[in-house]
Design a protein. Structure first.
Length: 317
């Protein structure tokens, strides 16, 4: 795996750096260049990367997404949300419900089954945490409204996980499965979200406890956060929980309950390579052959999602 991943990462780094530089020269966000570079590197477009290399890059991108969730949680300070709770809840529900319901209605109109329509509606509800954080970091924006934006992203994703889980359970209900329980089908997605958040909070609490005893030991104050994050990532995966929700909850606890030194951060020189690798690696999964078959679905979800989120957010504020 390493022998295959190293040359792939080299290609990703070079292509992403050049494409990101070109995008900024054109007045676009650097992540635009990263995504275009990833699409051009995909096996369906060019022979630069093999399918095995793309598969390995996908595993790395999944780890980086969990790290991005950790940074998002660490950027949400509850004290900054005072007086904005009503707006935050309104935006989460408004943009999510309108985008989801609009998508469900359109897919039902096109003759899709209710379960599949609900699945795409749940996907339309979710936010884009990596894109949001990357744009915030690149623009250098800070303040109360940025915290509000990140909170909306976090809660939207948690709600979307529940919606996707419910729709998948509904799809399973249409197949004869021994021991299927309708009550369990309704409760299981919610329990999954609660368990993921709870596991992330437990890992954060464990880190805060460890810092009390070994935080001043030479070297350990740097080693402990990384160890706790790895524990959260591996543990949530092993328990079949949402890793991004777990790491997001862990980061949020450290920011709001821990000392100033516990706030999840990355050096500025490390953040840009993180986003570069994530977006380029994720975009290498683009397959024009698949898009040719599902372009209408992609177009409908995109249009309903954008329209619903814009109108829902506007009505909520």
């Amino acid at each position: 795996m390493i022998a295959s991943l190293v040359p792939a990462l080299t290609v990703v780094a070079v292509a992403g750096t050049l494409a990101g530089w070109l995008a900024t020269r054109l007045g676009l966000p650097a992540i635009t260049g990263y995504i275009v570079a990833g699409v051009l590197l995909s096996p369906g477009v060019s022979p630069v990367l093999t399918p095995d290399q793309v598969s390995h890059l996908g595993g790395l991108a999944w780890i980086l997404l969990a790290l991005i969730g950790y940074l998002i949680g660490g950027s949400i300070r509850l004290a900054d949300l005072r007086g904005l709770a009503r707006i935050a809840v309104g935006i989460v529900l408004g943009q999510g419900l309108l985008a989801g319901l609009l998508t469900v209605a359109v897919f039902l109109l096109f003759g899709w089954t209710p379960a599949l329509a609900l699945l795409f509606g749940a996907l339309a509800w979710c936010a884009a945490p990596a894109v949001t954080l990357a744009l915030i970091r690149e623009s250098g924006c800070r303040g109360q409204w940025i915290t509000l934006l990140l909170s909306v992203v976090a809660f939207s994703d948690a709600t979307a996980v529940i919606g996707v889980g419910l729709s998948l359970e509904w799809l399973a209900a249409g197949q004869p499965v021994a021991g299927f329980s309708r009550l369990l089908a309704l409760v299981r997605p919610l329990l999954g979200v609660v368990a993921a958040i709870g596991f992330g909070l437990a890992c954060g609490a464990l880190l805060l406890w460890a810092r009390r005893f070994w935080g001043n030991t030479a070297g350990l104050h740097r080693l402990l956060p990384g160890s706790a994050l790895v524990l959260c990532l591996i543990g949530s995966t092993w328990l079949d929980l949402s890793a991004i929700l777990a790491t997001m909850a862990m980061g949020g606890l450290l920011t709001n309950a821990g000392p100033a030194g516990a706030v999840p951060t990355l050096p500025a020189w490390l953040e840009r390579p993180l986003f570069l690798v994530f977006f380029v690696a994720s975009s290498t999964f683009f397959d024009p052959a698949v898009l040719a078959d599902v372009w209408l679905i992609a177009l409908l979800v995109t249009l309903c999602r954008c329209l619903g989120k814009y109108l829902g957010s506007a009505l909520a504020t």
